[in-house]
Design a binder for this molecule. Sequence first.
Ligand SMILES: Nc1ncnc2c1ncn2[C@@H]1O[C@H](COP(=O)(O)OP(=O)(O)O)[C@@H](O)[C@H]1O
Ligand SMILES: [Mg+2]
Length: 305
Amino acid sequence: MLVFAASDKGGTGRSVTSANLAYQRALAGDHVAYVDFDFGSPTAAAVFDVPDALRGTGEQGLHSYLEGTAAEPVRVDVWRRTEHPQLRARPNRAGRLVLFPGDAGGGEFATGEEVRDRCVDLLLRLHSEFDIVLVDLSAGRSYAVDMILAATAHPRMRYVPFRWLVFHRWTRQHVIAAAGLVHEAHGLLASGVERGHDEDALRSAIRFVRAAVPDPESPIWAQGTPAQSAWMQACDDALRRLAAEQRVGDSVVLGIVPLEPTLQWREQLITEEDVLSTQIANKETLEALEEIARRLTDDEHWGRP
Ligand SMILES: Nc1ncnc2c1ncn2[C@@H]1O[C@H](COP(=O)(O)OP(=O)(O)O)[C@@H](O)[C@H]1O
Ligand SMILES: [Mg+2]
């Protein structure tokens, strides 16, 4: 299964959440590839605590591969290279967790047919080697998004299943932006159809993930005044109505990740130890991530084309 992580804005929680989803699937036994197609800012390694690729790799990464100067993009075995103390050893029964970083100093680049073909080759190869291939895409209607829409419409990819996650925060701007990324004139659906996708099939493969969502009922907010609490509840209700109007309402949401201090401050992978032994992370957050990870491949939570 290919999973494309997109967002209209930057700073949505796309990378932090996706990295945790990749980690959860690997823990559950899948072989997982995390592919950093955020070409302008390839910093995913930081979330995995891999020190030698923090701003992209010094070796030949995804930029070099797609631009045709490397036959293969470099791979980072997360279990072996991470400095996260609890991830050092691959847990029992866990699958492989491999990061494909961009190049250090690499930027956004325009893509033509050759680049698209190399992208198709890469996706086909990764699909045959990994159970889950999670591709973190540059924000907005970027070259990376265009390239993936073109690659997945290619006849060679006809039998490769894929799904899209569109991340947004729980604010008015973010709700409107996420809806625009999918539904507007040059959004994912319209651009996808232009490139040969079937509109209903593509729509059924897109779900939204709300990240960093404050829960007005949570104890974190309980110290507020009654007026604050009523006001938060009213804002939450208004956002729900807005999301429904914008066609990004509950029926197309794959999951909701709560506002979580360990993600806010440290952009880290959340482990069971963080919840059970040191208790720095909230149980609800870990459960939400586990659930979204599970739903990635659960047809119940996706539309029928
Ligand atoms: N669930 C969350 N709770 C609190 N803060 C979060 C959460 N998810 C992400 N963040 C914060 O949002 C910032 C942006 O997240 P990131 O994954 O880098 O976004 P993107 O990849 O969309 O640009 C992070 O620096 C982190 O501080
Ligand atoms: Mg990111």
